[in-house]
Design a protein around this ligand. Structure first.
Ligand SMILES: Nc1ncnc2c1ncn2[C@@H]1O[C@H](COP(=O)(O)OP(=O)(O)O)[C@@H](O)[C@H]1O
Ligand SMILES: [Mg+2]
Length: 252
């Protein structure tokens, strides 16, 4: 359980409507440092809307967000990044024709001076650091010099994660359905990746439809139903039946 006083993130009374639809209707929860929290719920339960408010992609109608105990107002994804909140989107925001190192360093490329004058990309440094970052999450890519479009889904996700780790600021990584488009082997790799982030003290907020995955990786499971928290279940007390009952609205 996360102790609210020491929580990395705490949200209180989050609300967001779209027209007449109460997408998120009073949501409270917290996440501790190094904790993996899964958010589950039926389609339309409000999962993506909740994480988008935390990630600065949506502004909330009501509610408070506390980061390391202080109230914060993430108004944009950049604000959230500055706090240490990174979001992995489904398209991963990678450039398909660049290699992993090029993607990891996109916009932050190290430069060295040729003959002390001409600025050139320090590709050796990019590859060295990239290998280091991937090693941190225990991922070994066959080559750091192939375009990412040739990598598997799991390897691409690892590249996206390594990019978050580059700045060394990431404290919370949000993933919306990270395993949805992957084969079984690849799904396992993403779950291992989440485990590695946890080992590094990084918190993960993961939305997933796959209850096996959720039960194998999450410390706590938040069930949303109709824009509200239907239940928060610690992994020790979690089983499929309990979670499904909360999702569909039976009594647990
Ligand atoms: N940008 C939007 N504009 C209008 N309605 C939206 C928007 N985003 C979400 N909604 C609505 O809010 C509700 C919750 O959606 P969402 O958070 O995407 O649920 P989930 O991720 O759990 O499937 C749904 O009824 C959805 O149609
Ligand atoms: Mg969604």
């Amino acid at each position: 359980m996360s102790d609210d006083a020491t929580a990395l993130l705490r949200v209180e009374g989050l609300r967001k409507s779209f027209g007449g639809v109460h997408a998120v209707d009073g949501v409270d929860f917290s996440i501790a440092r190094g904790e993996v929290v899964a958010v589950v719920g039926d389609n339309g339960a409000g999962k993506s809307t909740v994480v988008k408010m935390i990630a600065g992609a949506y502004t909330r109608d009501e509610g408070r967000i506390f980061w390391e105990g202080r109230p914060v107002e993430p108004q944009s994804p950049e604000d959230a990044k500055d706090l240490g909140i990174e979001t992995m989107y489904q398209d991963l925001a990678l450039v398909p024709d660049l290699d992993p190192a090029g993607n990891i360093f996109l916009g932050k490329e190290p430069v060295r001076r040729l003959f002390g004058v001409v600025p050139v990309l320090d590709r050796a440094e990019m590859r060295r650091r990239s290998a280091e970052l991937l090693e941190r999450v225990r991922i070994r890519l066959p080559s750091l010099q192939v375009p990412v479009r040739q990598l598997s889904g799991g390897q691409r996700q690892a590249t996206a994660i390594a990019r978050f780790l580059l700045s060394d600021r990431a404290k919370l990584i949000i993933m919306d359905e990270p395993t949805a488009a992957l084969g079984v082997q690849e799904q396992r790799k993403v779950l291992d990746l989440i485990e590695q982030l946890k080992q590094q003290g990084i918190s993960v907020l993961v939305i997933s439809h796959n209850l096996e995955h959720v039960l194998s990786v999450a410390d706590r499971i938040i069930v949303l139903r109709g824009g509200r928290v239907a239940g928060v279940v610690p992994r020790a007390a979690a089983d499929r039946q309990t979670i499904v009952a909360l999702i569909v609205g039976g009594t647990a």
